[in-house]
Ligand binder design. Structure first.
Ligand code: IP8
Length: 255
C-alpha cells in the first residue's frame, strides 16, 4: 500500500507570523507517523509562514522579473528550513525520512508541473525511505518562476506513483460550508455548489487555501483515487488516518 499524506503549513506553522514554526505540533505528528507501519509513505508539507510571506513580498506568482528574482532564495531558504525541521522530527521518531526539494527536482510550465524527477522518489520508496516534499518556488518554462503548492504535488504524485490513498491534514475539520458545518462527502454532484461557498484560508496564502485544494483533489477522485481532508491538529488523527481508521473529515470521491 502506498500513501500520500500532506500536512498543511497552517498546521505546522503560525501562518499569521513570518517563519514561525510549531515545534510541538511537528514533533507530535512525526511521532504519530513513526508509530504506524503504514506501508510506503510519501509526505508532503505546505510552507505556511515559511514561504507564503516571502512569495507575496517578492511577487513570485507574477513570474520572473528584476524584483522577483531576488525572492527565489529567501523563499526557498525559508521553506527548506521548515522541511529540515520536519525531516529532523521524523528521524527522531524513527522514520527514515529524506528531503526532496521541488526547486532542484521539478520544472513547471504555465504554473503546472511539467516534469518531476520521479526516479529518486521511486527508488526511495522501493527502499522504504519516506521522501518528504514541500511547496516551493520552482523554475517555470513560460513564466520564468512560479510557486508550486504542495496541493499540486499531491495529485501529480498520486497519479504517477499510482498510490492507494491520499490524506490531507489541515487545521480545520475538513471542507466546511458557509455556516462552518462539515461537508462529509464531496462528489462531482455537489462540487459546483461547494465551489461557490468556499473562501480562501486565513492568513497569507498565495496558493488558494481550501478552494485550491479541492480543485486539485476532485480530478484525482474522478480517476479513482479518493482522498480524505481531515483535522491534523487533533492529536491521534494522523495515526488513525494511517491505520485506515479515521471516520472524521471530508471524503472526496468520484461517485
Ligand atoms: O503551502 C506554497 O506551498 P503550499 C509554497 O503547499 C510557497 O501551498 C513557497 C509559498
Amino acid at each position: 500500500m502506498t500513501t500520500i499524506l500532506k500536512i498543511g503549513g497552517s498546521v505546522l506553522t503560525d501562518k499569521n507570523k513570518v517563519s514561525a514554526a510549531r515545534p510541538d505540533v511537528i514533533a507530535r505528528i512525526a511521532k504519530e507517523i513513526g508509530e504506524i507501519d503504514s506501508g510506503k509513505l510519501v509526505l508532503i508539507h505546505g510552507a505556511g509562514s515559511f514561504g507564503h510571506h516571502q512569495a507575496k513580498d517578492y511577487k513570485l506568482t507574477d513570474g520572473l522579473n528584476d524584483w522577483s528574482i531576488k525572492g527565489i532564495w529567501p523563499t526557498h531558504s525559508a521553506v527548506t528550513s521548515l522541511n529540515r525541521m520536519v525531516v529532523d522530527a521524523l528521524q527522531m521518531s524513527g522514520v527514515d525520512a529524506i528531503p526532496v526539494n521541488p526547486l532542484s527536482s521539478c520544472t513547471l510550465s504555465g504554473g503546472r508541473i511539467e516534469h518531476m524527477c520521479l526516479d529518486v522518489i521511486e527508488l526511495m520508496l522501493q527502499d522504504d525511505i519516506t521522501p518528504v516534499l514541500h511547496g516551493d518556488v520552482v523554475m517555470d518554462r513560460d513564466r520564468g518562476v512560479d510557486i508550486l503548492s504542495g496541493d499540486q504535488i499531491v495529485p501529480y504524485l498520486a497519479r504517477e506513483l499510482k498510490v492507494d490513498r491520499v490524506g490531507i491534514g489541515t487545521n480545520v475539520d475538513g471542507v466546511l460550508d458557509r455556516d462552518g458545518k462539515l461537508i462529509r462527502k464531496l462528489t462531482p454532484g455537489n462540487m459546483g455548489e461547494v465551489d461557490k461557498i468556499l473562501s480562501g484560508s486565513g492568513g497569507v496564502d498565495v496558493t488558494g487555501g481550501m478552494h485550491g485544494k479541492i480543485h486539485e483533489l476532485m480530478p484525482l477522485a474522478k480517476v479513482g483515487i479518493p482522498s480524505l481532508v481531515f483535522n491534523a491538529e487533533k492529536p491521534g488523527n494522523v495515526m488513525k488516518f494511517l491505520k485506515n481508521d479515521l471516520q472524521e473529515g471530508t471524503f472526496i470521491r468520484g461517485d
